[in-house]
Design a protein around this ligand. Structure first.
Ligand code: A8S
Length: 180
């Protein structure tokens, strides 16, 4: 885990008024399933509970932009996000937030997805790191807390959705069970 973080998540320079951290999650589902959800740049609502809608051209080229609508109850309504990196071989996914109606200026994140045996079965380790400006009027601690809360919610949903798909794939018998 520490090795992956050093290799894939420590590339970015952090400015004076920025904060940066990483969040990990272990999921009891095969890596193929988790990665297929993470990489779907055009459909973040598949696992992000705060996203209500996403509009994008639907291709996966670096530089593609998506327009995300956020559910009510958060200090945000929209976010404009650019695909920075999509590496299917190493399972690395990078996004940068370009604008929108919210407080997270210059947010960028990298997600990597790694196979790991969990309780004797093929599972997945997800590592997500982020860099963001500390908003005016907030402390660094408040910013960490807010972003880590959102990422934890995303990871918990990603786990739920992945584990459901894994169960379904496992029981249906028609499709070849993925790595189980
Ligand atoms: C992600 C990560 C984050 C998304 C944040 C942190 C956001 O979509 C939400 C609330 C905000 O205030 C900012 O990968 C923003 O989704 C849920 C609109 C960017």
């Amino acid at each position: 885990e520490a090795e992956f973080i050093t290799k894939y998540h420590k590339q970015q320079e952090i400015g004076a008024n920025q904060c940066s951290s990483s969040v990990t999650k272990r999921i009891k589902a095969p890596t193929d399933i988790v990665w297929s959800l993470v990489r779907s740049f055009d459909q973040p609502q598949k696992y992000k509970p705060f996203v209500s809608e996403c509009i994008s051209r639907g291709d996966f080229k670096v530089g593609t932009v998506r327009e995300v609508n956020v559910r009510s109850g958060l200090p945000a309504t929209t976010s404009t996000e650019r695909l920075e990196l999509l590496d299917d071989e190493h399972r690395i996914f990078g996004v940068r937030i370009m604008g929108g109606d919210h407080r997270l200026r210059n947010y960028s994140s990298t997600i990597t997805v790694h196979p790991e045996i969990i309780e004797g079965r093929p599972g997945t380790l997800v590592i997500e790191s982020f860099v963001v400006d500390v908003p005016d009027g907030n402390t660094t601690e408040e910013t960490y807390y807010f972003v880590q809360y959102l990422i934890n919610c995303n990871h918990n949903c990603l786990a739920d959705v992945s584990e459901k798909i894994a169960l379904h794939t496992n029981n249906s018998g028609q499709t070849k069970p993925v790595e189980w």
